[in-house]
Design a protein around this ligand. Structure first.
Ligand SMILES: N[C@@H](CCC(=O)N[C@@H](CS)C(=O)NCC(=O)O)C(=O)O
Length: 233
């Protein structure tokens, strides 16, 4: 059994998508990051960066002690190695997937996240920040759109790269993007959206947390964290 420490955000959806696709047994442990549950000492032992997602696998392959992991990219790699699914055994195809996985965790996620922050949440509207992140997000959309010309999936087959990217395209309107400007990306988006496991992952999220906006209390908890929150002073 896998314990999934989860909240209803793009980085969380990546892992529910994988688990729903693979059929691995798992249990969700909700970590309501809008209420500060990410700072609970028990969670910090698993995820010292105070962020979801994280997992504990109580039955690692080959036996031994339970293994705990944070960072969505590391978790996707681990789960694909465990199940032998969604990451090719062929060297070229495998690294084709891995490079796009890293592209998402290091580029699309952080940049689209900043766009979201400065357009939706920042208490002050800062035109320079809005323009910088919106443009960079549109550049990244164009990179993926170009890559998806003449191919159905990001790698040769449906893989953890698609699972990582899809949840970050779902909020495209909040990221100030229009999918009509990215036709290959739009086609891919519809293909992934139609997958029953992807639909189940989003149903789970809606059931757990129907809220689509952040309360003032949640914004206070999530934004403006500094070293003090880590050091407890
Ligand atoms: N690089 C991390 C990012 C994880 C992340 O940003 N998680 C957010 C939700 S999407 C979170 O838990 N935020 C809580 C906080 O910052 O206190 C990953 O890919 O797992």
């Amino acid at each position: 059994m896998i314990d999934l420490y989860y909240w209803t955000t793009p980085n969380g959806h990546k892992i529910t998508i994988f688990l729903e696709e693979s059929g691995l047994p798992y249990k969700i442990i909700p970590v309501n990051i809008g209420q500060g549950a990410q700072f609970e000492p028990e969670f910090l032992k698993i995820s010292p960066n105070n962020k979801i997602p994280a997992i504990v696998d109580h039955n690692p392959s080959g036996g031994g002690e339970p293994i705990s992991l944070f960072e969505s990219g590391a978790i996707l790699l681990y789960l694909s190695e465990k199940t032998g699914q969604f990451l090719s055994k062929n060297l070229h195809n495998r690294y084709h997937t891995v490079q796009w996985l890293f592209w998402q965790v290091a580029g699309l996620g952080p940049m689209a996240g900043q766009t979201h922050h400065f357009t939706q949440y920042a208490s002050e509207k800062i035109p320079y920040a809005i323009e910088r992140y919106t443009k960079e997000t549109s550049r990244l959309y164009a990179v993926l759109d170009k890559h998806l010309k003449d191919r159905d999936y990001i790698a040769d087959e449906y893989s953890i790269a698609d699972m990582a990217c899809y949840p970050w395209i779902v909020p495209y309107e909040k990221q100030q993007q229009d999918l009509e400007n990215f036709p290959n990306l739009k086609k891919w988006f519809k293909l992934i959206e139609a997958r029953p496991a992807v639909r189940r992952a989003y149903d789970i999220a809606r059931e757990m947390n129907p809220e689509t906006t952040l309360s003032a209390e949640a914004k206070k908890i999530l934004f403006g964290q500094g070293a003090g929150i880590v050091r407890g002073n």
